[in-house]
Design a protein around this ligand. Structure first.
Ligand code: A3P
Length: 295
């Protein structure tokens, strides 16, 4: 709480020179924000991951709610030493301007798998509410691979075929980092050393893809927000193959980098992966007292 108060006090010290995520950056814009009664606040809600779980969809959908002010960019404050060393004043400067009744939210998917992050967030605010969006661990690995593949192709770099990354000497390649990110129980154990389970809401990322409204209703309840997100905020876009958003008559889909086709993997290797994740998944279900329909 002390840290939260510190953050509020720091509002007055916002430097126009510090780039902000989704916040006014020119002196005139800052003056207008102040006149409108808005200010930057430390987040009370953080989307902690997981990478490729659907974090962008979640924050965009949450932003449909009038009581939510979301940072547009991934801030990487608690996981990047170069950012963390700049201190809370810098972090605050990355937050959007919000009215007093709005909840400030930021998302940085790498937080979930970064060992130092839970303790650092707790020291800022032990009452922080955490949102964690997960999907089938095998799907998440393939999505992770696809993202790296596209980045490498864009930079004209070489890449390894998916099967040679997933399997080594006939066995699942435990050295592949993306695999570790899908061992959800390992990372969850670390978070539960710092936060009670009630402070962490797990969003079912597979269901959010198929039918976003019920998942968003659960998020509203967890955050104690009045239900404001409605079915009319979503429409299915056949071309994209995903739900897109509608607000104030404007329609928009997520960026092309969200919802990419994954590479085809030989069924035998896919089965190996599903089998590999079965025991870790059970451990995760025990930790959170809930099951998910992962294969
Ligand atoms: P794929 O691109 O592998 O399909 P993140 O934002 O955390 O990087 O997650 C990206 C994933 O969000 C996408 O992975 C996609 O499956 C999922 N997603 C969930 N809802 C979506 C939506 N409405 N539009 C596009 N992608 C969505």
């Amino acid at each position: 709480m002390a840290a939260l108060l510190l953050g509020l006090l720091l509002l007055a010290t916002h430097s126009p020179g510090v780039p902000s995520s989704g916040s006014p950056s020119t002196p005139a814009a800052i003056a207008a924000a102040a006149a409108a009664g808005t200010a930057q606040r430390l987040p009370r809600v953080i989307i902690i991951g997981v990478r490729k779980g659907g974090t962008r969809a979640l924050i965009e959908m949450l932003s449909l709610h009038g009581s939510v002010a979301a940072a547009q960019n991934e801030v990487h404050f608690f996981d990047w030493e170069s950012h963390f060393q700049k201190g809370l004043a810098w972090y605050l400067g990355q937050m959007p301007f919000a009215s007093p009744e709005q909840l400030t939210v930021e998302k940085t998917p790498a937080y979930f798998t970064s060992p130092k992050v839970p303790g650092r967030i707790r020291r800022m605010n032990p009452d922080a509410k955490l949102l964690l969006i997960l999907r089938d661990p095998t799907e998440r690995v393939l999505s992770d691979y696809t993202q790296v593949l596209h980045n490498r192709l864009r930079k004209h770099k070489r890449y390894r075929p998916v099967e040679s990354v997933l399997v080594k000497d006939g066995r699942i390649n435990l050295g592949y980092k993306a695999l570790n990110r899908s061992l959800y129980y390992v990372h969850m154990q670390n978070w539960l050393r710092h936060f009670p389970l009630e402070s962490i809401h797990v969003v079912d990322g597979d269901r959010l893809i198929r039918d976003p409204l019920p998942e968003m209703r659960r998020v509203e309840r967890f955050l104690r927000l009045e239900p404001q997100i409605h079915a009319s905020n979503f429409y299915f876009n056949q071309t994209k193959g995903f739900y897109c958003l509608r607000q104030h008559g404007r329609e928009r889909c997520l960026h092309d980098s969200k919802g990419r086709a994954h590479p085809r993997v030989a069924p035998a290797i896919l089965q190996k992966l599903y089998r590999f994740f079965r025991a870790p998944n059970r451990k995760f279900f025990q930790l959170v007292g809930r099951t998910f329909d992962w294969k």
